[in-house]
Design a protein around this ligand. Structure first.
Ligand SMILES: [Zn+2]
Length: 253
């Protein structure tokens, strides 16, 4: 007795190593199944999705699958993502690095990363997955999630000092103080010379503000663009750019 699954798989095996559109499969299996069993095949899509989630089919894109007899799906060992999970995480992340937003179309190599690394007990669940470009994945591998973020905030913080962006400074001071409060990544220093200068006291004492901003210098492990072109860029864009500069330096890439 032939099952619905068998007949869907039969079509894929007859078309091995070809990208097959769901519609082609559905057309063929509905007719064939009726012919052989005299019964209607109501939801062939579900069988295709099941074969895919069992690791037998590969998903090429939405509505397009492929059967490759030599394909070995990732093992479901609890700490590695399956292909289906990887696809879902990539899709949720819009196929872009969650830090810099770069995509494969723009030439980046994307990685599906464990937010909490496997070495620290992070499991292969969708919730623990994120998309990173190879550059930021390397950075995270070296520094870990909170440390990578602290370094990014540090770059942004220095930039806000240089641009005298009070709103950003106020936000970033709070962020850094949260790191300090919880004693997270305390080995990474941040320039605290502006720490106690609150926006209200700045207005009362403009001279102090200027002096403290002048004093602000990047910490040792950060590279700040000193070419003068920085003033024209938004702090967000600039932070990304600077992050690349600083981290590539750190990683010796
Ligand atoms: Zn990136």
């Amino acid at each position: 007795m032939i099952t619905q699954r068998d007949i869907v798989l039969e079509f894929f095996k007859n078309n091995a190593n070809k990208n097959v559109l769901t519609a082609e499969v559905v057309d063929w299996v509905t007719v064939e199944y009726k012919k052989r069993t005299k019964k209607p095949f109501r939801d062939p899509d579900r069988q295709i999705r099941q074969l895919y989630s069992d690791g037998i089919l590969q998903k090429i894109k939405n509505g397009c699958y492929r059967y490759d007899p030599n394909y070995k799906p990732s093992t479901v060992s609890g700490d590695s993502f399956t292909q289906a999970q990887r696809d879902e995480i990539l899709e949720a992340g819009n196929y872009r690095c969650c830090i810099c937003g770069v995509s494969e179309v723009e030439g980046a190599q994307l990685h599906v990363d464990h937010v909490v690394p496997r070495s620290k007990g992070g499991r292969a669940t969708i919730d623990n997955g994120q998309v990173l470009c190879s550059h930021h994945n390397n950075m995270k591998k070296n520094y870990g999630q909170t440390e990578t973020c602290k370094r990014m905030y540090n770059v942004l913080y220095q930039q806000a000092v240089n641009l005298n962006d009070q709103k950003m400074l106020s936000f970033l001071r709070d962020v850094m103080e949260v790191y300090d409060k919880h004693n997270i990544n305390s080995h990474i220093n941040w320039d605290q010379s502006n720490r106690l200068v609150k926006p209200t006291s700045i207005h009362k004492n403009a001279k102090t503000k200027k002096a403290s901003i002048k004093k602000a210098r990047p910490s040792k492990d950060l590279i700040i663009d000193t070419q003068g072109s920085i003033q024209k860029e938004s702090s967000g864009k600039l932070a990304k750019k600077l992050m690349k500069t600083s981290s590539s330096n750190i990683n010796n890439e």
